[in-house]
Design a protein around this ligand. Structure first.
Ligand SMILES: [Zn+2]
Length: 310
């Protein structure tokens, strides 16, 4: 009669007698994951949420990096050669990507996650030197949670097209994430509703929050004539200081992808509070304040609320 113990021994013998078989199984399991490359960390997080265990997702621009002005590495080109699916933001965000895709042979599908989103136009009178061209589409569509529903829908359909066997899982994962997004959208609206109307305005360094402003009713003023890549002139700084005083702007914010020194200086000269760091174009690593998209929005709304509450 077989005891538990003898069964275990038999199973152990079977495995050790056929190591090649066991290894093949492991490799199959690994290779059956869909290899997806996302252009930047926020997209990578959305793909992870929809793809779950069926996808192996990596991102080109690392957490904390600036996707507007990224310089791809040879390792990125190699990663694209191995990718079965590439997901990008579009709206002119990743100007460096098409050359990289071409260099890698360009045989994998490249899906634009913002397809179907109505682009807002970047204001034409700002010179922020952040890689945007004036009057063109604003790429930062993810700053409206409602838009991220469209991102997730596009990602879900791309994953199903690349791996139809996972369709039911991708649909279920996307549905669960839609629920989280709806909850997040309500949280942001409730937080803004609690702020006095006259205090719903801040200065931030680059035009990354236009969709957020449109969706939630906080005015973001990116100072005129200020470039994130060069020193602001004394005249520029004087103009910003006048604007902060005239419009009684309560707080200035730093961003994780731009140089904080200018904003600190402006804050010290106007008495406006430095409201902390807003995460605009990139997540942090696991240990940071914004390791996921939902975590990023929660962090930003907390920073805004605490700076703008009386
Ligand atoms: Zn940006």
């Amino acid at each position: 009669m077989l005891t538990r113990r003898s069964l275990f021994v038999a199973a152990a013998l079977l495995v050790s007698a056929s190591p090649a078989f066991a290894q093949d199984k492991l490799q199959d399991k690994f290779q059956s994951k869909l290899i997806v490359v996302a252009s930047f960390s926020i997209l990578g997080d959305l793909v992870k949420n929809v793809g779950g265990d069926r996808v192996n997702v990596s991102t080109l621009v690392p957490p904390g990096g600036d996707a507007h002005v990224y310089t791809p590495t040879p390792a990125d080109a190699k990663r694209l050669v191995e990718a079965q699916l590439v997901i990008v933001n579009g709206l002119g965000f990743e100007g460096w990507l098409s050359r990289l895709v071409k260099a890698s042979g360009g045989r994998m599908p490249v899906i634009t996650a913002t397809t179907g989103i109505k682009p807002r136009k970047l204001p034409g009178d700002h010179g922020h030197g952040h890689g945007h061209s004036h009057g063109e589409a604003d790429p930062h569509a993810w700053q409206s949670v409602a838009n991220v529903r469209t991102y997730v829908t596009n990602i879900r359909e791309a994953l199903i097209a690349a791996d139809s066997a996972g369709a039911a899982i991708y649909r279920a994962n996307a549905d669960a994430y839609f629920g989280e997004l709806d909850k997040l959208d309500r949280e942001v609206k409730e937080a803004v509703a609690k702020l006095p109307a006259e205090r719903r305005k801040v200065i931030s360094t680059h035009d990354a929050f236009g969709y957020f402003a449109d969706a939630y009713g906080i005015t973001f003023i990116a100072p005129q004539g200020v470039s994130t890549e060069s020193e602001a002139s004394a005249k520029d700084i004087a103009a910003i200081i006048r604007q902060i005083k005239a419009q009684k702007i309560p707080a200035v914010f730093l961003e994780n992808v731009t140089d904080p020194r200018l904003m600190r200086r402006i804050a010290s000269e106007t008495g406006a509070a430095v409201g902390g760091t807003l995460y605009s174009d990139s997540l942090t690593d696991e240990k940071g304040d914004a390791p996921t998209y939902i975590g990023m929005v929660r962090h930003n709304i907390k920073a805004l609320t605490s700076a703008l509450t009386n």
